[in-house]
Ligand binder design. Structure first.
Ligand SMILES: [Zn+2]
Length: 281
């Protein structure tokens, strides 16, 4: 029976909601979010999807209209003013709270002076990353990781940055998004990688513990998690859509992975267009 076509909905894009399935080994459950609307995506795979940018962008923080989006959906004044848009968020080892120059010290205390996790993940191969422990597993799903293993817990975001810097001597901290989207990522023995890295980096880790306190960097005993994404066809060649260049993005939805929609006409990273006002049908 032909499916009843939904009416078009319109709203400003938020990051897609990605949730673990209720049963292990089932696929990650995605919802596209635009304004108040939540569109279940898993059940639309194999069907046509059309997204049209109206030309408007609203700042995700203050709601003001902005011609250009900064730091994934902010207007320029918010981008310059908010602690969450400061470069120390991307490079936590450069935290400058103790110099008294944090843009929003109270925000920093709530978000950065909280336990953080250092993890190993496999999105396009082995990588190291950090996240607040409340952001697991969202962080991994947003990266399109097929596996993840938390390995260390630290007291602050800055400490997680120091640990990550150390691990970057041995392992990547970036995802190759094209490789991630092509889907032929090989499974890695994350426990073995953790043990290998702990032994390679033993000196560096004990130095960090000396500096920050023996208990500040705690080894975790976790089990690797596996994630399965709702993708029916992985692209062989990865071409990407961009609302700034072509406001109409349409095609058959073939899958969702990370924050990307995979259409038969190309892929689109929706996170990049947070705040864009989109008509969806
Ligand atoms: Zn703003």
């Amino acid at each position: 029976m032909p499916r009843v076509i939904d009416m078009a909905v319109q709203g400003c894009l938020s990051k897609m909601a990605a949730a673990l399935p209720s049963r292990q080994n089932d696929q990650v459950v995605y919802h596209l979010r635009a304004g108040e609307h939540r569109i279940a995506l898993n059940e639309r795979i194999g069907e046509p999807l059309s997204l049209r940018w109206t030309g408007a962008i609203a700042c995700t923080h203050c709601g003001r209209a902005t011609k250009k989006s900064f730091a994934q959906g902010h207007c320029y004044p918010c981008f310059k003013r908010l602690a969450q848009c400061d470069t120390c968020i991307m490079k936590p080892e450069t935290c400058h709270y103790f110099q008294g120059t944090c843009r929003e010290p109270e925000w920093g205390e709530r978000h950065c002076f909280q336990p953080h996790i250092v993890y190993l993940a496999n999105s396009s191969g082995l990588k190291v990353g950090i996240t607040r422990n409340t952001q697991m597993p969202t962080r991994w799903l947003d990266q399109g990781a097929i596996q993840a293993l938390p390995i260390l817990e630290v007291d602050t975001r800055q400490q997680s940055g120091f640990v990550e810097m150390l691990f970057k001597e041995q392992v990547a901290d970036r995802t190759n998004w094209r490789a991630m989207l092509k889907g032929d990522v090989e499974v890695i023995d994350l426990n073995a990688e953790r043990d290998r890295l702990f032994s390679l980096l033993a000196n560096g880790l004990s130095q960090l513990r000396e500096t920050h306190g023996v208990d500040s960097i705690r080894t975790l005993e976790a089990v690797p998690q596996h994630f399965h994404y709702p993708v029916s066809v992985f692209p062989k060649k990865v071409a990407s859509h961009n609302f700034d260049k072509q406001p109409l993005v349409e095609g058959l939805l073939q899958g969702v992975k990370g924050q990307y929609l995979i259409l038969d006409s190309g892929v689109i990273n929706l996170r990049k267009f947070t705040g864009y006002e989109i008509q969806i049908s």
